[in-house]
Design a binder for this molecule. Structure first.
Ligand code: P6P
Length: 285
């Protein structure tokens, strides 16, 4: 549903501009709001979903918390990550994280669990093809949408990240603001024949890292000491996927999945990818 909407983004915009409204006669909505509403509608109707939390919503949404003994889950997501890329037909994605709903405590506390307690995680990349990558803790599966039949076909049953890869992925526009260790690492990589690749959408950069190897970095800076990426629905799900594929995912001061969240939208520095490449970054830090 989201893929079909964003494939028409520019057309709707043009059509909307003609009538000053989109074809549904509504004010043209931003696509991340549309993606958010699609996810809330699809997840909200499922009896197994107790709480949903979105990058688009200030607070978690409590859907059903009755203690009838049924297993229920919290689903946290970034509905359309990297949406600024839409304007230039770049890769964008949806990222999700699944936690057990723990009846008893205050419902919103249920979403503040360390990433190590995720029962599932995944993303959908709306790129040159629509790719769905997910894990429930026993390896990583990859599916590709076949638009001809409207179904996802599984293309990998146990995706493994290469142990190394001479690719680093970082926004070097911020280089001067990176802590010295990160600048030392970039100097080392650039003198050892590494390539730089940076899409500016986490889903696209992480997907390439999973398939080709290398390291993706979003370091802290003076202005943003916790970096930019969100712990609960960006770093944690990506960290679970990368570790399940045999890679590593660190904050620079420890394992991402061990961080105890304090607030829903808190940010965290990210160094993730091939085990050997993450180790090299940490050596320089
Ligand atoms: P910068 C997109 O806005 C996003 O949240 C991630 O998808 C992406 O990795 C990062 O921000 C890009 O940030 O500062 O490099 O533009």
């Amino acid at each position: 549903m989201i893929a079909s909407q964003i494939r028409r983004a520019r057309l709707e915009d043009v059509l909307g501009a003609i009538g000053h409204e989109n074809v549904q006669g509504e004010e043209q909505q931003k696509l991340d709001v549309i993606a958010n509403e699609i996810l809330l509608a699809c997840l909200g109707s499922r009896s197994g979903v107790a709480i949903v939390a979105s990058e688009e919503g200030e607070e978690p949404m409590i859907l059903r918390t009755e203690t009838d003994g049924a297993k229920r889950y919290c689903v946290l997501f970034d509905p359309l990550d990297g949406s600024s890329n839409l304007d230039v037909a770049g890769g964008v994605g949806t990222i999700f994280s699944i936690l057990r709903y723990e009846p008893g405590g205050a419902p919103e506390q249920s979403v503040l669990q360390p990433g190590a307690r995720q029962v599932g995680a995944g993303y959908i990349l709306y790129g040159s093809s629509t790719v769905f990558v997910s894990t429930t803790g026993s390896g990583v599966q990859m599916f590709v949408l076949d638009p001809a039949v409207g179904a996802f076909l599984r293309v990998e049953e146990n995706l493994r990240i290469p142990a190394s890869g001479k690719i680093y992925s970082a926004n070097e526009g911020n280089r001067a603001a990176f802590p010295q260790g990160y600048r030392d690492y970039l100097d080392w990589a650039q003198s050892h024949g590494y390539s730089g690749r940076y899409v500016g959408a986490m889903v696209a950069d992480v997907h390439r890292t999973l398939l080709k190897g290398g390291v993706f970095l979003y370091p802290p800076t003076e202005k943003a000491p916790a970096g930019k990426l969100r712990l609960l629905y960006e770093a944690n799900p990506m960290a679970m996927l990368v570790e399940q594929a045999g890679g590593r995912a660190e904050t620079g001061e420890g394992r991402i999945l061990d961080v105890q969240p304090e607030t829903l939208h808190q940010r965290i520095p990210v160094v993730l990818g091939s085990a050997d490449e993450v180790a090299r970054v940490l050596e320089h830090l």
